[in-house]
Design a protein around this ligand. Structure first.
Ligand code: NAD
Ligand code: DAU
Length: 360
């Protein structure tokens, strides 16, 4: 699929979705963007597209079947790129209901309406239509230090309510391809970082706390490992899968950048010290505070991305240390954006999640 093409994006006001929308429109394509604008959805991420006729932002719910059907009928997109989800593991532990609603029921509603729409298309449109489901490596569970990285055939073993809801949605997508021949593809990606990530997630949370001299909460012993990928590289992988991916296949996407959380936090401290030295505060590493672990905390994720590399020629282009430097600089330069997302609801979450975590 070559741009310019019209796509329906769900969740395109969130972190990865908004990066994707900006990328797609920049490349000449157009987007109908269906987003409920939950606490994580932020139209400010898309401010540079204001007035651009190639981006239409619709505030609505993927669980609303008639809205989804109407958007498909009206706009006839060539593809659906499905990002919309509840995405934060700690919130899924505190309140799983919304995760089942959006990630499972919402994906089902979207799939069913998309299948009906696809069945009504002309032979040519039906043959080129695509549904790309954006999923996560967390469906595979947790690795031990010596285990090989997750590949596409690794058995599913989701451990958090978030991961279980994403696994359920992956299975629905698989079943729609298998049963109806519906032209679906799934991507399972590792941890993303970069501009516009909501500061409930580790990297932006630590950048902002370090800047302000607040404690840097590290769960457990800080030895949990994640495989970090710059968000722009995730977007380019999705474009590759849309264009060249084989129908019904899943593609793992990862950054080849396994890092322990404590090392990530220390690197951020050094970068913030460099960009915003504060002799009165001293080195930011002093702010690191080990706190009560996340229940059921997965120890290690790592992605084997050899399938997407061999079949589609995709590789990550940004080294973790370079991407992290760019990301720290972005948060420091966008204090207005930061201020606007740290509303009362955000402060409530931070209180709920961290007040009960005892310093270890
Ligand atoms: P995010 O939480 O930043 O954004 C989610 C977006 O979905 C928000 O804009 C929100 O308003 C919207 N949304 C939520 N419920 C909705 C509903 N019922 N109807 C319509 N819109 C709704 O999430 P993200 O980090 O950008 O993740 C996007 C997708 O990528 C998710 O499916 C997630 O599982 C997957 N993923 C994320 C990562 C990561 O590291 N962030 C890695 C791999 C996969
Ligand atoms: O692996 C892909 C997944 O990555 C995505 O599917 C999820 O949507 C995304 O949120 C992310 O999940 P994680 O749980 O890995 O990301 P998070 O930023 O919440 O945490 C990263 C690691 O840092 C994890 O081991 C928990 C730890 N952590 C997190 C927070 C918020 C801390 O030590 N302290 C914290 O305050």
């Amino acid at each position: 699929m070559n741009t310019p093409t019209k796509v329906l994006v769900t969740g395109g006001a969130g972190f990865i979705g908004s990066n994707f929308v900006l990328h797609w429109v920049e490349a000449g394509g157009s987007v109908v963007n269906l987003d409920l604008q939950t606490y994580a959805g932020n139209p400010e991420n898309l401010a540079s597209l204001l007035g651009n006729p190639r981006h239409i932002l619709v505030r609505g719910d993927i669980c609303d079947a008639s809205l989804v059907a109407e958007l498909l009928r009206q706009h006839r997109p060539a593809a659906i790129v499905h990002f919309a989800a509840e995405s934060h593991v700690d919130r899924s532990i505190a309140a799983p209901d919304a995760f089942v609603r959006t990630n499972v029921n919402g994906t089902f509603t979207l799939l069913e309406q998309a299948r009906r729409h696809w069945s009504s298309l002309s032979d040519h449109e039906r043959s080129t239509f695509r549904f790309l489901h954006v999923s996560t490596d967390e469906v595979y569970g947790s690795l031990k230090a010596e285990d090989p990285a997750f590949c596409e055939t690794t058995p599913y073993a989701p451990n958090s309510p978030y991961a279980a809801s994403k696994a359920a949605s992956d299975h629905l997508v698989r079943a729609y391809f298998h049963t109806y021949g519906f032209p679906a593809l799934t991507t399972n990606c590792s941890n993303n970082y970069g501009p516009f990530q909501f500061p409930e997630k580790l990297i932006p949370l630590v950048i902002l706390n370090a800047l302000e001299g607040k404690p840097l909460p590290v769960y457990g012993d800080g030895g949990n490992v994640r495989d970090w990928l710059f968000v722009g590289d995730h977007c380019s992988a999705i474009c590759n899968v849309l264009e060249k991916g084989r129908l019904g296949e899943t593609y793992n996407i990862g950054g080849n950048s396994e890092r322990a959380n404590l090392d990530v936090v220390k690197t951020i401290c050094k970068l913030v010290d460099e960009f915003r030295p504060n002799p009165a505060m001293g080195p930011r590493e002093k702010l690191i505070t080990f706190v009560t672990d996340r229940p059921g905390h997965d120890r290690r994720y790592a992605i084997n991305a050899s399938k997407i590399s061999a079949e589609l020629g995709w590789q990550p282009s940004i080294q973790f240390e370079d991407g992290l430097r760019q990301t720290v600089a972005w948060y420091l330069e966008h204090s207005g954006w930061v201020q606007n997302v740290r509303t009362g609801a955000y402060r409530d979450w931070i209180r709920r999640n961290y007040d009960e975590r005892v310093a270890q």
